[in-house]
Design a protein around this ligand. Structure first.
Ligand SMILES: Cc1ncc(COP(=O)(O)O)c(C=O)c1O
Length: 354
């Protein structure tokens, strides 16, 4: 028998959203990718880095990602010593668990939110606690003092789309003995952000990704912002060459083209709000969203029926088996045209309204 650690032998492993091989045959609204290309500066920067021969790839990339941290620092108003770059924000979430939660220690997250936190904890041998939500989207059962090592809070929440109010997040930071990790993967589509809390509380970490708002999911770029002592610890853990050369130049180019970035974010937000309104007109519920997706449910609460109907029409969305979510679907926001086709399909499939 292969002498695996029992925790690894027994775990199921995370199942990412389906990536169809014939991607152009689908309207793909299942993994919250951006429907638009990244800034044209990204392509230019990658081609310049490759040059005629690709010779730059012979040598290792910068191990410290200095240029990226400087660009991110200028954008967010932090010294680069407060920033770590990551191979997707998933990498930094993983390293946060490795840095703060030893085997047998507890981490927590909100259910429903991003279930990958639980997988990462399982790998580490940490125990997992989940907190549920009230009807007003606050935490139903969070203790006066939480003693766990890490608490992951996704805001805006995925898959529901609401964001926690900033004063509430600040209160939670004060109630955590361990670290409060604010996963802001979708925050560029939201009204506000929690960066001020990093300045005010030494136990707050904010994580960001370039996968969604910067349309760079294929490049794997994320970051975390926290006190320099936290960043120094994370630097000890990560792979020293965690970002390849092409990802590094792509990141700087994308962060520096803020006018393109803002225009695309506005476009996605407008399409999102129009989509939610029109879905409601068809008899579906649609939660107001601060992400680049909408959680919508048919009147008969049979999310699987609508998923199948969309799938038959080559429209791929996300259906969760989780009993809290199975009545609905998380639909990523595509182009205006893609969302019109999706609305037409939702109309044909019907909301199941009696
Ligand atoms: C809440 C949340 N956090 C983190 C991630 C991971 O992002 P990345 O592509 O940067 O690893 C995702 C991806 O879907 C997400 O939904």
């Amino acid at each position: 028998m292969i002498p695996l650690r029992p925790a690894i032998r027994d775990m199921a492993g995370y199942i990412p959203g389906f990536q169809p091989p014939d991607i152009t045959a689908w309207i793909k609204l299942n993994t919250n990718e951006n429907p638009y290309p990244p800034s044209p500066r990204v392509r230019e920067a990658i081609l310049a880095e490759l040059g005629e021969s690709g010779a730059s790839l012979r040598t290792y990339p910068s191990a410290s990602s200095d240029l990226l941290r400087t660009a991110a620092g200028e954008l967010y108003g932090f010294d680069p010593s407060w920033i770590i770059m990551a191979n997707g924000s998933d990498e930094v979430l993983n390293n946060l668990i490795r840095a703060f939660a030893a085997e047998g220690e507890e981490i927590a997250y909100v259910h429903p939110s991003y279930s990958y936190y639980a997988t990462l904890a399982e790998i580490q041998g940490a125990t997992v606690r989940t907190f549920s939500l009230t009807d007003q989207f606050l935490l139903a059962d969070f203790p006066r003092r939480y003693h766990g090592k890490l608490f992951f809070l996704t805001s805006p929440n995925a898959p529901l789309g609401f964001a926690f109010p900033l004063p509430y997040l600040e209160e939670l930071a004060g109630r955590c003995d361990g670290m409060l990790v604010l996963d802001e993967a979708y925050v560029d589509f939201a009204e506000g952000n929690a960066l001020d809390l990093v300045r005010r509380h030494e136990n707050v970490v904010v994580t960001r990704t370039l996968s969604k708002s910067y349309a760079l999911a294929g490049m794997r770029l994320g970051l975390a912002i926290a006190r320099p002592a936290v960043i120094a610890a994370l630097n000890k853990i990560r792979d020293h060459y965690n970002l390849d050369r092409l990802a590094q130049v792509a990141c700087v180019a994308a962060l520096r083209d803020q006018s393109y970035f803002r225009r695309r974010c506005e476009q996605v937000k407008e399409t999102r709000d129009a989509f939610a309104r029109e879905a409601r007109g068809l008899g579906y519920t649609a939660l107001a969203s601060q992400g680049n997706f909408v959680f919508t449910a048919p009147a008969d609460r049979n999310g699987r029926r609508v998923y199948d109907g969309l799938y038959e029409r080559k429209i791929l969305v996300r259906h969760f088996h989780d009993p809290l979510l199975a009545h609905g679907l998380r639909i990523s926001i595509g182009t205006e045209d893609e969302m019109e086709q999706t609305l037409r399909a939702l109309g044909e499939i019907g909301s199941g309204r009696p």
